[in-house]
Write a protein that binds this ligand. Structure first.
Ligand SMILES: [Zn+2]
Ligand SMILES: [Zn+2]
Ligand SMILES: [Zn+2]
Ligand SMILES: [Zn+2]
Ligand SMILES: [Zn+2]
Length: 171
């Protein structure tokens, strides 16, 4: 009888005072609160959490090339030849640039013009002082510019700088 009564009143939102069956049927409500630590902040997406990034000024090499244009040749690497005036050829000294010389023909007793053998009739000779009117600039050795490697002043030669986004914190 006690069980039947309890089963009846178990449908009601009442506790059965006569027995403890109903009480057992109501499971104790346990609220489990897990204490989770807050998620760590994501690492800095600029430096990946390292706090340092490669120096953009020197591309991480730690040194930079300073290129200076040669002022003597203005970067061309060559200078016009003073001997031939930049033409690359000089006037033939034998014929004076005419290409022909006057020879006395003994048999005919007349002066005849013959082709100058020194310049083969061209009147000019290649300037022996230059290459096609230009000489290599002695100041820069023909390179036209001076390349100087100096230590990068942004990263002081290390190639790395503090991350500008996280200021080195990594987060
Ligand atoms: Zn960073
Ligand atoms: Zn030069
Ligand atoms: Zn010359
Ligand atoms: Zn000649
Ligand atoms: Zn640098």
């Amino acid at each position: 009888m006690r069980f039947t009564l309890c089963a009846f009143i178990a449908a009601l939102p009442l506790l059965c005072a006569a027995c403890d069956i109903h009480v057992q049927r109501v499971p104790p409500v346990t609220v489990t609160v897990r204490e989770e630590a807050p998620p760590p902040p994501p690492p800095c997406n600029v430096c990946g959490g390292a706090g340092i990034v490669g120096c953009a000024n020197c591309n991480g090499r730690g040194e930079v090339e300073v290129v200076t244009v040669c002022s003597a040749c203005r970067g061309s690497g060559s200078l016009p030849c003073a001997h031939c005036g930049g033409k690359g050829v000089v006037s033939c000294p034998t014929c004076g640039g005419a290409g022909t010389i006057v020879e006395f023909d003994l048999g005919r007793r007349v002066n005849v013009k013959v082709k100058c053998r020194t310049c083969r009739g061209t009147g000019t000779l290649a300037c022996g002082n230059c290459s096609r009117g230009h000489i290599v600039c002695s100041a820069c050795g023909g390179r036209g510019r001076f390349t100087q490697v100096t230590r990068c002043r942004f990263c002081r030669g290390s190639g790395k700088v503090t991350c500008p986004r996280c200021r080195g914190a990594g987060r």
